[in-house]
Design a binder for this molecule. Structure first.
Ligand code: ADP
Ligand code: NG1
Ligand code: MG
Length: 459
């Protein structure tokens, strides 16, 4: 049953915690006044269902305690945005909201561009006669950045939520989640919407099965004795800095279009592997057979794809590619599509194991799905990293299973651990993987988690 997720993003009384007190102090020190309101948006860990949201398939993330908090004072007289970040590495930023633009060049975008994506998302839908409000903002983020725990979406979503609230524009959780998925694409990455969905739809105490088109979420109660530990590989990748992420999105699209063409469908209309499955009206196992029989394991050159689709380079750019993938000359299709359909099946099995009465095999079955998922991401999707593989290897003995989480190419793994093994497992990793780090730095890269609540406004 879909859970009680609908309704607007909640507005609650400000909790008297150290986290909010610190942000309030920083705000007072920087702006010499009190904020009008705060927003909190959590990061997330994806338990299963990697690189399939943008193909239209369901995923199973949960929200983290680590979050982005904004303190905001609205300036009704001037339309100036001022940003001050708790971390000094993120410099101050100021712009007039009547004439800002998002500028994306080569390399990693400046951090404030993510914030502007969220603002633009709301401005795109505000009634034209609304007076634009200025905002003085303090940003405090505790999600390890570029590590697959969705720091980017927490920042974009927090910016959008604050902008909507500053303009008295309440929104349902689903509506703002969809809007944030759309507007984060202004940064250049063509993500699928998982991160923004869990950011708004999460409820404390359970993971969620998030499904798309239309966006909906179902509670996934994790079996008793399931502890999820996150471990950072210490390698990082900003997803907007390279074409890696969009290349995978495009490879999945090209695989779908090639099969569509061979099956006599109107291929330019098929953008996702999920669209193809719907059009063919078959199940995931049949899709796997179709991929095995239709697509070659060899690399496809761009020329070959243009030939098979009977199209032109310009048309292919329009129907299938993104701005930062037009230069790519060869694509792997079979391996990517096989990963997607098998991973979509992993999610179905995960949900069914979690909804059946738990028995002595449940945790092992979930762990096995996680290990299978990692192998597929490493070998078929090629988005792992030697340090992620090493962490997964080290996790063999003391966990039920482990896998990379988020987009990969660095970032974190998530491991399923029995409560009695958590300390042992963490100590083993401290010794074998993090021995070169000062002890005070380890807590932010190696920690156990439990499912936390979604985004909230506090005043
Ligand atoms: P992730 O896997 O964490 O979503 P991305 O590569 O998508 O990683 O986004 C990371 C980027 O988000 C950072 O390079 C930075 O620009 C921005 N970011 C993340 N956390 C913060 C923060 N606390 N303050 C400012 N910017 C942040
Ligand atoms: P991260 O690693 O948090 O940037 C990205 C995408 C998700 C999803 C995962 C892979 C964005 C904003 N996020 O997450 O939609 O595709 O990778 O499962 O693009
Ligand atoms: Mg991100």
């Amino acid at each position: 049953m879909p859970s009680e997720n609908s309704g607007n993003v909640p507005i609650r009384e400000l909790p008297q915690t150290d986290r909010f007190k610190e942000v309030a102090q920083l705000f007072a020190a920087h702006y010499a006044k009190k904020p009008d309101f705060y927003v909190r948006v959590p990061g997330r860990v994806n338990l299963i269902g990697e690189h399939i949201d943008y193909c239209g398939y369901g995923v199973c993330p949960m929200a983290l305690e680590q979050d982005v908090v904004l303190a905001v004072a609205v300036d009704t007289k001037k339309s100036i945005l001022r940003l001050h970040n708790a971390e000094k590495i993120y410099g101050d930023f100021e712009t007039d909201l009547k004439k800002f633009s998002i500028s994306i060049g080569d390399g990693a975008p400046d951090w404030h561009q993510y914030f502007l994506c969220g603002i633009k998302g709301i401005f795109d839908i505000l009634p034209k006669d609304v007076d634009l409000q200025g905002m003085n903002v303090v940003v405090s983020g505790k999600i390890p950045p570029s590590a697959g725990l969705s720091s980017s979406s927490a920042l974009v979503s927090a910016a959008a939520l604050a902008t909507a609230h500053a303009h008295n524009f309440p929104m349902s959780k689903e509506k703002i989640a969809n809007l944030c998925a759309e507007c984060e694409r202004y940064i250049g990455t063509q993500g699928g919407g998982m991160d923004q969905a869990i950011a708004f739809l999460a409820t404390e105490g359970c993971a969620k099965l998030i499904e798309f088109s239309p966006l909906r979420s179902t509670d996934i109660t994790l079996p008793p004795g399931a502890v999820f530990v996150i471990a950072h590989s210490l390698a990082k990748l900003n997803k907007a800095a390279t074409a890696d992420f969009n290349c995978r999105v495009v490879e999945c699209r090209l695989a779908a279009q090639l099969i569509a063409k061979k099956r006599g469908l109107n291929w330019p209309n098929i953008k996702r592997l999920g669209d193809l499955q719907k059009a063919l009206g078959v199940d995931l196992t049949q899709m796997i057979t179709i991929v095995q029989e239709t697509i070659s394991e060899e690399l496809y050159t761009k020329e070959e794809i243009i030939g098979e689709l009977e199209t032109t380079s310009d048309q292919l750019s329009q129907t299938s590619l993104t701005q930062n993938t037009t230069h790519i000359q060869s694509f792997k299709l079979k391996q990517r599509a096989l990963h997607v359909f098998r991973e979509a099946r992993n999610v179905e099995q995960w949900a069914s194991f979690c909804t059946s009465p738990p028995d002595s095999t449940t945790l092992s079955k979930l762990g096995l799905l996680m290990s299978k998922s990692h192998e597929s991401l490493r070998d078929l999707y090629e988005c792992s990293h030697p340090q992620l593989d090493r962490l997964v290897e080290l996790s063999r003995e003391l966990t039920y299973g482990a896998r990379l989480t988020g987009a990969g190419w660095g970032g974190c793994i998530v491991a399923l651990v029995a409560p009695e093994n958590v300390d042992k497992y963490i100590n083993m990793l401290k010794e074998k993987f993090y021995s070169h780090l000062p002890p005070e730095q380890i807590d932010s890269v190696l920690f156990a988690t439990s499912p936390k609540a979604g985004a909230c406004i506090f005043q």
